[in-house]
Every structure is written in structure tokens, then in C-alpha cells.
Design a protein around this ligand. Structure first.
Ligand code: C2E
Ligand code: MG
Ligand code: MG
Ligand code: MG
Length: 274
């Protein structure tokens, strides 16, 4: 993030706060209280194999409520949490919760969690992940961390070091929102992401022939580089059919599965062997 990003973000944020919603002013305060007052929770969105339709895993998404119990959009609170630094502890809480849920519910699938550049830059991050995995007895390859190309184009040394550390633990590293940032193909090759998630805007552009060509070319390029490709935001049967034709490995979207709290999800039919 550039030196100026902090100030610029603050400006935009202040203006939105005033115009749209007064309660947004309380977000730093809510974030400060979030763990103590249990304002934060997680939901899980299934990730499907395009070919077989089976569940490959679940993406963990953070939810925040205000003191009246109303949900606040991540688009609103995540940038604030990054700005105040609250994302570091909240992010760890989310990953801890996700690992606990996966073991307790015996879902046996990969669980992915979003990690912001702020979290990734914290020197203690890999050790804390290792500690969480060990405490819950979760195999490292069952955890995937989704990093985004959106913010830090060339990751700082600490972030890059941390990615290598997490890799050597056996944790998967996925690239989120591919195509929306400025990360060049060089960084795609350098980091050898286990999965690349193509941002949902590219699927939405597929109403036009040009948009379809674009997605087709992206998928082919990523596949040729040896990546597994996931497309986000599948909302229609036509889009699902298109992904099958393009040879996309995995998909997520409201058509096939919305984010849900763990209590409402089906447990596997077969009991876990103790
Ligand atoms: P993301 O990681 O790209 O997550 C996908 C977002 O798309 C989620 O929004 C999900 O609910 C939404 N989505 C899924 N399928 C569809 C669909 O078919 N159509 C449409 N229109 N949307 C769909 P959500 O939960 O609001 O999260 C927004 C962003 O907030 C995430 O984008 C991620 O960048 C960030 N975020 C969420 N949870 C966490 C977290 O625990 N830590 C961090 N650092 N960031 C998080
Ligand atoms: Mg994500
Ligand atoms: Mg994201
Ligand atoms: Mg995404």
C-alpha cells in the first residue's frame, strides 16, 4: 500500500460515513468490542468441483453485527479493520473458529480463510497459524489462506517470507480476486498459488462474446501455468455450464451455495471414525 493510501482511505471513508449511515462512525468502536461482546461470527460458503458437483471445501467469511444485532457489510468494516489494525486479532479468531468447526463437524474438506495484507505482514502470523493447526489437530493442507492481489502489488519482504513459512508448514496459499488488482503474471508464477480464484466480475462480463473470450483466455493461461482455477460468483445455470465447457476446476456462487452459519449446514452422512 502506498504511503498515501492511509490518508486517502480516511477521506473517502469519512465522506461515506457522513452521507450514508451515521452508525458507520461507530465501526472502530464495534471492532474494538467485537470479540468481547461476541459481535463477530463466521459463515461458510461451499466450494464445488465443477465436473463432479461434489464439495471440495468451504470458504470462511467474517460477519460483524452492531449492538442492535444488525449485520454490517464486510465491504464496510474490513477496510476499517485494516486501517485500525483490528483485522489482525479478528482474522486470527476467524481462522481459529474455522479450524475448530471443521474438526468438530467432521466435514473433512479444505477450509479457506481470507487474509488481508495487514495480517500477512505481521511477523508472528505463521507461528500463530501453526499453533492453531496443532491445537485443533487439523492437517495443514486442510487449511487454505486466500491472499489478494488487490492491495500489495509487490508483497513486502515480511509478507513474502511469511508466505514461504506457511507453505513449508503445508498450508495451501490461494490467490483471491484474480484479475482485479495489478499483480502481473510474474507474481502468479513466483508464488505458485495452489488455487487461483477468478474474480466474479469476469463471469458477469460473460454476457458478451468479448467477455466470454476474456474468461476463456484467462482460464487457459492459468491452466497452462499449472494452476487449479476457481471461478467465483456463479448465479445462473448458464454460467455453470460455461464453466464446465471452459474446464474450470472449482466454483462458488449463490446458485450452488450461499454462505451459512455452521449450525445450519448438513453434517456428513457417515459418522467420523473416532
Ligand atoms: P471474497 O473473499 O472475494 O469473498 C466472496 C464474496 O462474494 C463474499 O462476500 C460472498 O458472500 C460473495 N459471493 C459469493 N457468491 C456470490 C454470488 O454468486 N454473487 C454475488 N454477488 N456475491 C457472491 P462477503 O462475505 O460480503 O465478503 C466480501 C469480502 O470481504 C471478501 O471477498 C473478503 O475479501 C472480505 N472478507 C470476508 N471475510 C473476511 C475475513 O475473515 N478476513 C478478511 N481479511 N477479509 C474478509
Ligand atoms: Mg475470498
Ligand atoms: Mg477477497
Ligand atoms: Mg474473491
Amino acid at each position: 500500500r502506498s504511503k498515501f493510501a492511509g490518508r486517502a482511505t480516511f477521506h473517502i471513508y469519512d465522506r461515506e460515513t457522513m452521507d450514508e449511515d451515521e452508525s458507520r462512525q461507530d465501526i472502530p468502536e464495534l471492532l474494538r468490542l467485537a470479540l468481547e461482546k461476541q459481535l463477530v461470527s463466521v459463515v461458510y460458503q461451499p466450494i464445488y468441483d465443477v465436473e463432479s458437483g461434489s464439495v471440495l471445501g468451504y470458504e470462511t467469511l467474517m460477519r460483524l453485527r452492531n449492538l442492535r444485532g444488525e449485520l454490517i457489510s464486510p465491504a464496510v468494516f474490513i477496510p476499517v479493520a485494516e486501517h485500525t489494525g483490528a483485522i489482525v486479532e479478528l482474522g486470527i479468531w476467524v481462522i481459529d473458529q474455522a479450524c475448530r468447526d471443521m474438526v468438530e463437524y467432521g466435514l473433512g474438506a479444505v477450509v479457506s480463510a481470507n487474509v488481508s495484507p495487514i495480517q500477512l505482514k505481521a511477523p508472528s502470523f505463521p507461528l500463530r497459524i501453526a499453533e492453531i493447526l496443532q491445537r485443533h489437530g487439523l492437517a495443514p493442507h486442510k487449511l487454505a489462506l486466500e491472499v489478494t492481489e488487490g492491495i500489495d502489488i509487490v508483497p513486502e519482504a515480511q509478507a513474502e517470507w511469511n508466505i514461504q513459512q506457511l507453505r513449508s508448514l503445508g498450508v495451501q496459499i490461494w490467490l483471491d480476486d484474480f484479475g482485479t488488482g495489478f499483480a502481473g503474471l510474474a507474481s502468479i508464477r513466483r508464488f505458485e498459488f495452489d488455487v487461483v480464484k477468478i474474480d466474479r466480475s469476469f463471469l458477469h462480463d460473460c454476457q458478451t462474446a468479448e467477455g466470454r473470450r476474456m474468461l476463456n483466455d484467462m482460464v487457459r493461461l492459468l491452466r497452462n501455468l499449472g494452476h487449479r482455477v476457481l471461478v467465483e460468483g456463479v448465479e445462473t445455470a448458464d454460467q455453470q455450464a460455461l464453466l464446465r465447457r471452459l474446464g474450470v476446476h472449482a466454483m462458488q456462487g449463490f446458485l450452488v451455495g450461499r454462505p451459512l452459519p455452521i449450525e445450519t449446514m448438513d453434517r456428513p452422512k457417515v459418522d467420523r471414525v473416532a
